[in-house]
Write a protein that binds this ligand. Structure first.
Ligand code: NIG
Ligand code: FE
Length: 417
């Protein structure tokens, strides 16, 4: 049976796109197509029609509206598409935060067995059920903050058993989640302490044990490597991505967070769906990305929180590139998954406009999860995952009013959440 939901009194319906547009790049990112004083009708879970409030009577002539949602003068936008998170973890790491305040760097803490290895130790001692419980809570929280699709990585297991445990938790989240989830296998997130003198030993474990088992159980959609200074080299990344390709796992990699390491180039070489972080992006990286289908993903929360440079998003958009932005929600470098704050940092620190920041966190985020045929814009036939804002005077008010929440309500699969 078809049921219809009407969202009425929308001050401005933002992010309207033709169905064939799967991403926005360069100067296209400055435009956020909209209709002021609008309505939107949802058929079951799908966007059915939209237009001006004055045409509503005409639009509802042949259908019966069963549910009404009054936007009360708020704006309606497509939900945020968060294409990079690590929300399955065991414990927060605020003690490292304090060490950094006192002058230790992220890399120094990692080299001393903290950081990712610290998270791994804690996760190895936690049951699948408890990990699920915690991650599910985080998932519900970010949905209420406007996230309408999410990618989640493993990478705090670092043993065959614990990487599989993490991916099973993500699989369980997929089973219960109202929003789409993509799972990424990040066994190559750090070198475990016991393999410090035998890096190849751990890489062999990934190649010969983790990958075949994970592929066999279909536990991952994508494959990730932390290709950076002090973590995995370009050569190791190349080897790992070759192996992943044999299992049809597309790369989405961590690259150029800590230096100009060649991470972007090796990702593009392997036709990565996205290369993420990119705090160190120069002409060579931009040139390489311009000749690819790879989405560059910036993680401004991480720059803010660690005090490292921001991805040069302004320069990249001006060069004609698409730019996507995600939360990187994790206990080490971004202990917060609120996408509204990502949008604020994008404007204040990366100097991109509110329109560009919304495109970066909606349609381009969907592209970075291969979801943009179904999510990421206001398009007839796409799933109705929406944000209804509080009554605000302009789009710019969302990033301007940083740290506050302009999200009033969210709609998931056509229903108020
Ligand atoms: O994206 N940079 C690598 N991985 C994560 C952080 C992991 C951690 O510190 O726990 C990131 O920032
Ligand atoms: Fe990350």
């Amino acid at each position: 049976m078809k049921t219809y939901t009407l969202v009425s009194n929308i001050k401005s319906l933002k992010g309207i796109l033709a169905s064939e547009i799967l991403l926005k790049k360069g100067s296209e990112m400055a435009h956020l197509e909209s209709i002021d004083n609008a309505y939107l009708i949802i058929e079951n879970d799908t966007i059915f029609s939209f237009g001006k409030m004055e045409d509503l009577a005409n639009a509802t002539k042949n259908i019966t509206i069963s549910t009404q949602i009054d936007a009360k003068g708020g704006m309606v936008l497509p939900s945020f598409m968060d294409s990079h998170t690590h929300i399955v973890f065991a414990k927060w790491r605020e003690e490292e935060f304090e060490m950094r305040i006192k002058g230790k760097s992220y890399e120094e803490i990692a080299a001393a067995g903290g950081g990712i290895l610290n998270s791994a130790k804690k996760l190895q001692n936690m049951s699948e059920a408890e990990l699920f419980e915690q991650a599910h809570e985080r998932l519900q929280q970010v949905i209420s903050q406007g996230t309408g699709a999410i990618e989640i990585k493993s990478g705090y297991g670092l043993t065959v058993k614990d990487e599989i445990k993490m991916l099973r938790v993500i699989e369980q989240l997929k089973q219960v989640s109202l929003i789409p989830i993509k799972a990424t296998f990040l066994g190559a997130h750090a070198i475990p302490t016991e393999f410090k003198q035998n890096r190849q030993g751990y890489i062999d474990l990934i190649l010969n044990e983790m990958l075949p088992n994970i592929a066999n159980e279909k536990l991952a959609d994508y494959f990730d490597v932390f290709c950076d200074q002090g973590f995995y080299t370009v050569e190791e990344t190349d080897l790992l991505l070759n192996a992943a390709a044999k299992y049809h796992l597309k790369p989405k990699i961590h690259a150029n967070e800590l230096g100009y390491t060649g991470g972007v180039q090796v990702g593009v070489k392997h036709n990565a769906l996205s290369v993420d972080h990119l705090e160190y992006t120069g002409e060579a990286e931009i040139e390489c990305l311009l000749n690819s289908n790879t989405m560059p993903v910036g993680l401004p929360n991480c720059s803010f929180f660690l005090g490292i440079p921001y991805m040069p998003a302004r320069k990249m958009i001006d060069a004609g590139l698409p730019v996507c932005l995600a939360s990187d929600y994790n206990p080490g470098s971004s202990p917060n998954g609120r996408m509204g704050f990502v949008v604020s940092l994008a404007c204040t620190q990366m100097k991109i406009t509110p329109e560009e920041a919304i495109n970066a966190t909606t349609i381009n985020g969907a592209y970075a999860m291969e979801l943009s045929h179904q999510y990421g814009s206001i398009t007839k036939g796409k799933i109705a995952n929406l944000i209804i804002t509080k009554p605000i005077s302009s789009l710019a008010f969302i990033p301007y009013n940083f740290g506050n929440d302009c999200v009033d309500r969210v709609v998931i699969n056509g229903k108020q959440y």
